[in-house]
Each structure stands twice: as C-alpha cells, then as structure tokens.
Design a protein around this ligand. Structure first.
Ligand SMILES: *Cc1c(COP(=O)(O)O)cnc(C)c1O
Length: 364
C-alpha cells in the first residue's frame, strides 16, 4: 500500500453541495455557496472581509494590484518559497527583492529585511512556510517605520495562530490557496482576507473584469477574471464546516512524527516561536551531519518502501527567472537537508509509525 505525500479528504458535505449546484444550475461564479464560503472564511480568520479567487496565485496577484504595485516598484520576498510568490511581482512588472530565511523557522530572516529596503520598496510578501508564522511583530513594526504594506502568503498556513490571531489577519492582506494538497481545498481556488474596506472593494473590481458594481459594462480599469465558481465554493464551504477537525488532526499527525523520531540521531524539526500555534501543512524534517544518508538517499529508500516524500523549495535565487549572484547560504543548506513527509487527514497512526521506522532503519 503506497502512502502518498498528500490526499484531500472530501467525506463531508462536499458531494451534497456540489450536487445542489448541478441540480439548481448555479455552477458559475454567482451562487449562494460563494457568499457563504466567504462569510465563513472571514469569520474564521477574524477579518472584516474575505473574497474568493481562482487560486492562491490570483489572490496574491490581486493583492498587489489592489496596492497599485507597478513598474519601478520593489517588493520583498523570501528566498525560500513556492515560486508564485515572486511570479506575481513580475506580473505587475515590479522587481522581487529576495531576502534570506532563518535556519530554524525556515521563514524570512527579519534581521535581513531592512538592508534590502530602498526608496522603491512598496511591500513585503511574507510566507508562513509549512504553516509556521513569520516574526510578524518585527515585520509589522518594520513596515510601519518604512511605510510599507505587508501581504501574508498564507497558502500553507490556514488556521495557524500567532499572538492569538489567525494567519491572514496579521498583515494588510492575507492570501490563501485551496489547491488539492492544501490544508483546506476546493480543487483549485484561493481567498483574499483584509480589514481594509478600500482594498477589499478594489480586489473585487479587479477580479471581476474591472467592472464597478452598478455601472453596467463600464470599465474604469483593466481587470481580470479571477472569480471562484459556485462549484468550488460548494466544496470550500463543506471543508470549512470541518476546519477545526482538519487542523486538530494535522496537529496530532505532527505529534506522532515528533514522538516517533525524537530519539533518532540527526533529525530535527522546524522550530516555532513562543507565541505561535502552527497549523501544520506539511511535516518537514531537517537532516544533519549525524544522519548517515543524504536527503535524496532517504527519499529513494522511502520510495522503494512505498512511501512518498518531497524535497523542499529550491532557493529562488538559483533559478533563471529570479537569478541573483548574491549568496544565500542558509536557503541552500536548508534545501540540502529538508525532507517533507506525508501529511494528510486520513493518515493513520500506524502509517506514521511505519514511516518513522523506515527512517530509523534507513541508516542501519
Ligand atoms: C500553494 C502555494 C501558493 C498558491 O498556489 P496556487 O496553486 O496558485 O493556489 C502560493 N504560495 C505558496 C507558498 C504555496 O505553497
């Protein structure tokens, strides 16, 4: 029996709600599930507004559009993230400015942000990697000092809590992804959260072809079609109904991994901050010198034994579109040593024990 790295759980009201869309004909972006999903989502994140999108990528793009990021502007991005965080900056013809990450939290190194701020810097996109929140206290005070916007790429951190606040409510705009392997899924989909009415209204116009509500087919701006369908929202609403259960289960899985691997030489876990309760997207282990195999050798060994795993994100500065001569030694070192292990709702305790026993046996 092969254990995949991720698998959606669609055992709640997903089928019932999707069937309702089909039966009633409300399959496009108008429909009650869109509004209900957005309302529930805003309530969950404790933000005033939430508006759905077609993907995490379109949510991030909309955030930059709403902040009027354009040619000549600079946006700070961590060097270790899924590439879309930097791609959206390029969509706006602005320049992504890469910042090194912290070796323990894997998140943007707050001590290295200020040296990258110039007169052109307009915003910081922080990424809460694998569900672990960035040092938002420091980041928000830096942003205030330099008059910058903060966008949270919360694609991997639905339900994470920092300072008693949810991911997506900590910066000026929060952006979520509901891709099939994310904590909450709609197949493809995304969401923008904010407390700023003006930003919220702008995002809604940009995602709806640039049409202002109540002005017919009048276009003040060039917009996009980034609207979520009622079909996707039907799945999203059903997922929201079991959000707490999903988050609890992932926490339990993380605890099983930590319990089983705690005495294994050469294995460390991502480190959280004191005022933080991560909602685990993917469990990531870090191999050090005491572990006898390389990440690739361990991954191959797991695969031979029917267990999937995944390397971390390749440092952005090493790939052609974002290439930079600057040295990012921490991201490179983390990439060499990170391995992501299966994490999903239906994963059983005995399967986690099996995976951990394989890891322990791999070096024997
Ligand atoms: C998944 C993800 C996104 C968004 O991905 P989409 O496939 O566009 O929904 C953005 N940032 C990070 C860090 C992600 O992991």
């Amino acid at each position: 029996m092969f254990i995949p790295i991720a698998k959606p759980n669609l055992s709640g009201n997903e089928l019932k709600y999707v069937t309702e869309c089909i039966n009633t004909g409300w399959i496009s972006s108008n429909g009650k599930f869109v509004t209900e999903f957005e309302e529930k989502f805003a309530h969950f994140c404790n933000t005033k507004y939430a508006t759905s999108t077609t993907s995490g990528t379109s949510a991030l793009h909309l955030a930059l559009l709403a902040l009027d990021i354009k040619e000549g502007d600079e946006v700070i991005v961590p060097n270790m993230t899924f590439a879309t965080t930097a791609n959206v900056v390029k969509y706006c013809n602005a320049k992504e400015v890469l910042v090194e990450v912290n070796k323990d939290t894997f998140n943007i190194d707050t001590n290295k942000i200020e040296e990258k701020i110039t007169s052109k810097t307009k915003a910081i996109i922080v990424v809460h990697l694998y569900g672990f929140i960035c040092d938002m206290e420091k980041i928000m005070s830096l942003a205030k000092k330099h008059n910058l916007y903060v966008i949270e790429d919360a694609a991997e951190s639905f339900g994470s809590v920092y300072d008693k606040k949810k991911a997506g409510s900590l910066g000026h705009i929060g952006c979520f992804s509901f891709f099939g392997n994310k904590t909450l899924t709609t197949g493809e989909g995304g969401m923008c959260t904010t407390n700023d009415k003006n930003i919220y209204e702008k995002i809604k116009i940009f995602k709806n072809h640039g049409m202002t509500h109540g002005k017919g087919y009048w276009h003040d701006i060039v917009g996009y079609n980034y609207r979520m369908t009622n079909l996707q929202a039907a799945v999203g609403l059903a997922q929201m109904e079991k959000a707490d259960e999903i988050i609890r289960k992932r926490d339990q899985i993380a605890n099983w991994y930590k319990r089983e691997l705690k005495d294994t030489n050469g294995i460390k876990f991502q480190q959280k901050q004191e005022n933080e309760e991560p909602s685990y997207w993917m469990i990531c282990i870090l191999l050090d010198k005491d572990f006898k195999l390389s990440v690739e050798e361990l991954a191959n060994y797991l695969k031979e034994n029917d267990v999937d795993s995944r390397r971390g994100f390749i440092p952005l500065n090493e790939m052609p579109p974002y290439f930079s001569k600057e040295e990012f030694l921490v991201s490179r070192d983390l990439y060499n040593r990170q391995l992501i292990l299966p994490t999903y709702f239906d994963l059983k305790e005995e399967e986690v024990i099996k995976i951990c026993n394989l890891i322990k046996n791999a070096t024997k």
